[in-house]
Unconditional design. Structure first.
Length: 181
């Protein structure tokens, strides 16, 4: 499976940027309250809808960090599960397509163990000092689980788009129609 991800936050940033999907703009959401930095480029997979009602989160380690709004062609290799104040939160760990330094990485077992520990540690503590925010690490699953998570999020997005289109095309109710002349 290959797909695009959109980077919102480059590796090393303490700024949390988020895409405003209605306006198509990237906004500074907040600066992290802790001294931690994003351990890899972080963003989302377009045309997906995660369980939290937003596009599915994705993280990709790159040789050099990119920039907010950059599309990166990636291959999912694992899924990281956590729980935050809004419920279950999946993050798809990807590697860039066409990078010979990461071409051998096909599944969770191929990832450097220390890199997995860095990512886990980051998501365990990055919200600790923020009032009303929480994060609890649930663990890692393999590529097959990551691909299933992506496919389920793609189906949710298609269903939501279909429902939105159907409601936009629905005829006006009798109460709002003009009376006959």
């Amino acid at each position: 499976m290959e797909l695009d991800m959109v980077v919102e936050i480059p590796q090393g940033s303490q700024n949390k940027y988020e895409m405003d999907h209605k306006l198509g703009r990237i906004r500074l959401d907040r600066t992290l309250f802790t001294s931690t930095q994003y351990p890899a480029d972080y963003g989302y997979i377009p045309d997906t809808l995660a369980e939290d009602g937003e596009p599915l989160d994705a993280i990709v380690p790159l040789e050099k960090r990119s920039f907010p709004g950059c599309y990166v062609r990636v291959r999912p290799v694992a899924v990281f599960w956590m729980q935050d104040e809004r419920g279950p939160d999946a993050k798809i760990l990807c590697v860039p397509v066409g990078d010979p330094r990461q071409d051998h990485i096909r599944d969770l077992r191929n990832m450097p163990e220390f890199q997995l520990q860095e990512i886990t540690h980051f998501f365990d503590i990055y919200k600790r000092l923020e009032p009303g925010k929480s994060s609890e690490v649930r663990g890692w699953q393999d590529r097959a689980s990551a691909e299933e998570t992506v496919e389920a999020a793609q189906r949710r997005a298609e269903e939501a788009a279909g429902e939105a289109a159907a409601s936009a095309e629905a005829p006006a109710s009798a109460e709002t129609e003009a009376p006959p002349l």
